[in-house]
Design a protein around this ligand. Sequence first.
Ligand code: EPU
Length: 422
Amino acid sequence: MDKIVIQGARRLKGEVEISGAKNATLPIMAAALLTDEVSRIEGVPRLRDVQTMIRLLRVLGAKVDFSNGALEIKPSRTLKTVAPYHLVSTMRASFCVLGPLLARLGRADISLPGGCVIGARPIDLHLKGLASLGASITIEHGFVKARANRGLKGEDIYLGGKFGSSVLATANVLMAATLAKGVTYIENAACEPELVDLADFLVKMGAKIQGQGSHLIEIRGVQKLHGAKHRVITDRIEAGTFMVAGAMQKSNDITIRNCNPEHNHALLDKLQEAGIRVRRTKSTVRISRHGKLEPVDVTTLPYPGFPTDLQAQLMALASVTPGISVITEKIYPDRFMHVSELNRMGANIFLEGSSAIVHGKSRLSGAPVMASDLRASAALVLAGLAAEDKTEVHRVYHLDRGYENIEEKLLKLGADIKRERE
Ligand code: EPU
């Protein structure tokens, strides 16, 4: 296993290029199963989660070629319909093959995704939505078994849960409904940009979809979809992580290229409130920090609210911002594994229910820390960049699930960072 070693307190300056969005790529790869024709997906990041999805598509009977950032996917006419535990359990997004397999082949046996370190991650909304389309669903021996022998039928579906909308449940139902008979309405649909990108890909495949990006999506079922070519949007969470990196220390000045600032509105607003200078064009954001920062209060919410996937990174920033910041997690109330690790670096954070009360300081001190999940790992790297002396982030394989070449990108910005074998 690798670790990342950082000598902190180096000024970051220069430009960084953002990669394609992981959370757009993964459902789009699943959507390619809705046809037996070839689809080409461009701008795909080289990440462990993408490799896992490639393995799953191959197990299901698709030919997949991945070179120069482009995926070519050619599903066979008669796909296998069983998604095994050893793949689904390592990556929740693989549960997204359920909708396409059910819609195209009338059956799917998908391993339950299982627990997750960021807290409970139920699948009731996925199942509710697909059952509304006429699938019969049972759970046996750790597998979701879905059947639609006579095909799926359009329906008016309310897809809201305890914590609001669900990104991947909306994706699953959206994909299944493209081949259902009649019209489907998804109410309380998720509006995340990655879902809009999925819908755009489906439309290129011949699907009839309206309302993507709003809480009401209308899907008119068609008999058949065809292969399509698509370039995925850029990764707003990676972009946001670099925006926070730029804010972590005085006199940092970095330009984030190949991003869509609109997708990071909530974060940029908070950074400005904290005292960061933000200059943006259509596809770049320049972050520079001069004076002292002010603490900020943040609550995570579905898009366009502040994303849960940037909560840990913002907490790293709050840890080095003198004053009290309150960070409340409304999507995954237990997503706080980074708190104890940030405290090992000298931060002063305590939890009160689903809120973290952060007593910010002017400096953290480098320490060995343990990454527990993807975004927590990113937060520890950010903290290490701003901390005095050496930080070692262990178990970095989490980071490789979602950040393409993160050390190279940070090195180019002037960080003192390297990867070492444990
Ligand atoms: N929920 C339910 N029932 C369901 C599904 C979800 O109650 O059937 C709840 C969840 O427990 C949570 C809330 O709904 O409280 C929202 O979860 P959502 O379903 O939207 O999460 P997801 O679709 O499984 C995606 C991203 C996550 C990101 C969340 C929230 C992908 C591959 N994953 O997960 O990304 O945190 O949306 O924005 O798109 C990450 O990239 O690090 C990551 C975890």
